[in-house]
Design a binder for this molecule. Structure first.
Ligand code: 7PJ
Length: 281
């Protein structure tokens, strides 16, 4: 399974790691890390990207809008100012696929022009103009399921059958993408762990992960440091590495091809071990 991301081809015959690079001042685990004197420091962000590439990340996911539960929306101008300079810097310096974690049409367009190779949208291109912007880039897209919006999504989410409903939503967004001109070979599915889901919903989705996508559409799983680990194990955000690694391996065993994580080196080791055991040469 391969996916063409601009000038890079991503080999997904084995699971790969997507390293998180948040250029927000306020994200729950790495927000504000790349700020100096109150302003975004592109060089600090670039150095972090470089470190993640050394550690084995195949993709760097650059995000400028916080989507954590309760997060407030920001303007397009603000998001552009956080994302595009970092995409430009990474494109100029590193040989890696850059994905942009965005739902904003202008950010989709300008990031692609700056060298991004993948669009990662937690709103599955539902924002007005986002689908058209994504089509125009020709890039692959990760479609994620979210119930509600970040400011209200964790208020008592309900499903009849969470696996069937998430799968149906992703299929419906796939059809919308195909109708608009994004070929099936350019799509990635993601159940959106923690986005309008209780812990029980998240566990059920992970247990049944392989049912969420047809076998030719790669699955992405984002579980790293998420609050479900905090609640289930009683761990603060800086104590969630073992839980995150366990969930990354369980997701890989259930068919995830891209693991979106903060702790790249540790996750790469886990996936290498899993591969040695499960795919003997
Ligand atoms: C995800 C994401 C995820 C995808 C975030 C966090 C919140 N994109 N962006 N999947 N999560 N595709 O890192 O906890 O799960 S931001």
């Amino acid at each position: 399974m391969k996916i063409i991301c601009g000038k890079h081809t991503l080999d997904l015959s084995h699971p790969v790691v997507m390293g998180v690079l948040n250029t927000t001042p306020d994200s729950f685990s790495d927000g504000g890390n790349y700020y100096a004197g109150g302003a975004l420091d592109t060089d600090l962000a670039l150095r972090r990207a470089e470190q993640m590439v050394r550690e084995g990340a195949a993709i760097i996911d650059v995000g400028g809008e916080s989507t954590r539960p309760g997060a407030a929306p920001i303007s397009e101008q603000e998001e552009l100012g956080r994302v595009v300079p970092v995409v430009e810097a990474i494109t100029a310096e590193l040989d890696v696929v850059i994905s942009v974690d965005t739902s904003t049409p202008g950010v989709i367009r300008e990031s692609a022009a700056a060298g991004a190779g993948l669009i990662n949208d937690v709103r599955a291109l539902e924002r007005p103009g986002a689908l058209e912007a994504a089509v125009a880039t020709g890039l692959p897209v990760c479609l994620m399921h979210m119930r509600g919006q970040p400011d209200n999504m964790q208020r008592d989410p309900h499903y009849g059958d969470v696996v069937a409903e998430v799968a149906a939503y992703l299929r419906e967004r796939q059809k919308a993408c195909e109708a608009a001109g994004i070929a099936r070979q350019r799509l990635i599915f993601d159940p959106g762990f923690g986005f309008g889901k209780t812990d029980e919903h998240n566990l059920t989705l992970l247990r049944n992960l392989s049912e969420l996508a047809p076998s030719d559409i790669p699955l992405l799983a984002g579980l790293s440091r998420k609050s479900m680990i905090g609640r289930l194990l009683g761990r603060e955000v800086d104590q969630r590495l073992p839980g995150s690694l366990a969930l990354a391996m369980l997701a890989a065993q259930r068919g995830a091809r891209i693991l979106r994580v903060h702790d790249v080196a540790a996750t790469v080791d886990v996936l290498r071990m899993q591969r040695l055991v499960d795919n003997p040469q």
